[in-house]
Ligand binder design. Structure first.
Ligand code: SF4
Ligand code: SF4
Length: 310
C-alpha cells in the first residue's frame, strides 16, 4: 500500500562533529601518559588485525557507494510496510548476528552537518538502529589486545551485516541506505536511545539490557513509514551511574568528568574526547570504561534489579 504524502529528506540541524580529534598524533603523547599494556601482540594477532582493517575498508567504501547510488533518483513517496516485512527484517538481522534492533524517526538534532568522509547529507524519515555484541571474555581484559581485536572485529562484522540487511530491504522493494559503525553523520548512541535500545551511561556509551555497554552500533535509513513501536521499558541507568562512578575513577587519562562539559563541537558530554582519543588510538580501542562497568560484569541481573527501582 502506498501512502501519498510529500517526500522530504531529513537533514542535520547543524550539529558539528569534533573532527579535530582525528588529527591527534599518537606520537605526540605527553611523557607521563599511562603506559600501554601491549602484552600479547603476537604475529597471528597482527595479521588478524590487518585482515579486519581490510574488511572494514571494503565495507566502508561499499556503504558510501550505496548512498551515492540511492541519491541518484530520490523517491517521491513514502510507502508503508506490512507487519510480516518487519518480522522478516528482524529475522534476517538475527541471522546476521545483530543482537539488538530498534526503529525510530530520524532526529535531525542527532545528525552531524559536516561529515566530509562519507558525504552523507540526506536521510530518509526513519531508521533502523542495529547493535552487535562484543564478546564478554575479550572485552573483560581491555585494554589488552584481545579487546582491541574484538572491537575491530565487530566494527567489520557489523559493517558487513549492515550492507546485507540494507540489500535485503532493497530487494523487498523499499528504498534504504546504511551508515557504517565506524563513520558517518549519525550520533549513533543518541539515535539508539531514541529507538529505545538502551540509555547512555556516564562513559558516554549506550548501555542496553541485552549486553550492557558491550555493543557497537550502526544504522539503516529507510524510506518507509510508519515504523513499529518499541515496547522496550528502559531501566534507570542514570540513577545507578550516579552511585557507581567506576568508569570515572578507572579511566587512565581522566577523560570522564563528574559533571558534563561543553565540548568544542557544542555538545554537552562528560567525555573529554581530546584526552580519550589519543589513548583510544594508542591502545587500538582502550575500552577500560566498558570492562569495569557493572553492566558489563553482571548485565541482566543488574538490569532486573534496576527495573524494580534500585
Ligand atoms: S561504570 Fe558505573 S558510572 Fe560508569 S557507565 Fe558503568 S554503571 Fe555508569
Ligand atoms: S575509552 Fe579509555 S581513555 Fe577513553 S574514556 Fe574510556 S577508559 Fe577513558
Amino acid at each position: 500500500m502506498i501512502e501519498k504524502m510529500p517526500f522530504t529528506y531529513k537533514r542535520s540541524k547543524g550539529l558539528i562533529s569534533n573532527k579535530d580529534i582525528f588529527k591527534t598524533k599518537v606520537g605526540k603523547l605527553p611523557k607521563d601518559f599511562p603506559k600501554y599494556p601491549s602484552r600479547g601482540w603476537t604475529i597471528p594477532k597482527i595479521v588478524k588485525i590487518a585482515i579486519i582493517f581490510l574488511r572494514i575498508g571494503i565495507s566502508q567504501r561499499k556503504i558510501r557507494r550505496m548512498y551515492q547510488q540511492e541519491m541518484k533518483q530520490p523517491p517521491t513517496e513514502i510507502p508503508s510496510a506490512p507487519a510480516e516485512f518487519w518480522n522478516e527484517v528482524r529475522e534476517k538481522a538475527r541471522s546476521l548476528g545483530i543482537g539488538i534492533l530498534g526503529f525510530t524517526e530520524i532526529e535531525e538534532n542527532f545528525l552531524f552537518s559536516d561529515d566530509r568522509i562519507t558525504h552523507i547529507k540526506n536521510f530518509y524519515s526513519n531508521c533502523i538502529m542495529l547493535g552487535m555484541e562484543m564478546e564478554y571474555n575479550a572485552m573483560d581484559v581491555a585494554p589488552n589486545p584481545p579487546a582491541s581485536v574484538e572491537t575491530l572485529r565487530v566494527y567489520a562484522a557489523l559493517g558487513e551485516a549492515t550492507i546485507v540487511l540494507t540489500q535485503f530491504i532493497q530487494e523487498k522493494g523499499f528504498r534504504a541506505f546504511g551508515t557504517h559503525p565506524m563513520e558517518g553523520p549519525i550520533l549513533l548512541p543518541a539515535m539508539a536511545v531514541k529507538a529505545k535500545l538502551g540509555k547512555i551511561g556516564t562513559q558516554g556509551i549506550l548501555i542496553s539490557k541485552e549486553f550492557g555497554p558491550r555493543q557497537r552500533l550502526s544504522a539503516i535509513s529507510i524510506n518507509i513509514s510508519p515504523v513499529p513501536e518499541s515496547p522496550n521499558v528502559l531501566p534507570r541507568i542514570v540513577d545507578f551511574c550516579e552511585k557507581c562512578r567506576l568508569c570515572i575513577t578507572e579511566c587512565p587519562v581522566d577523560a570522564i568528568y563528574e559533571m558534563p562539559i561543553l565540548q568544542s563541537d557544542g555538545r554537552l558530554t562528560r567525555i573529554d574526547a581530546d584526552k580519550c582519543f589519543p589513548y583510544f588510538r594508542k591502545t587500538h580501542g582502550c575500552s577500560i570504561c566498558i570492562s569495569v562497568c557493572p553492566f558489563h560484569k553482571k548485565g541482566p541481573i543488574l538490569m532486573e534489579n534496576i527495573k524494580d527501582g534500585l
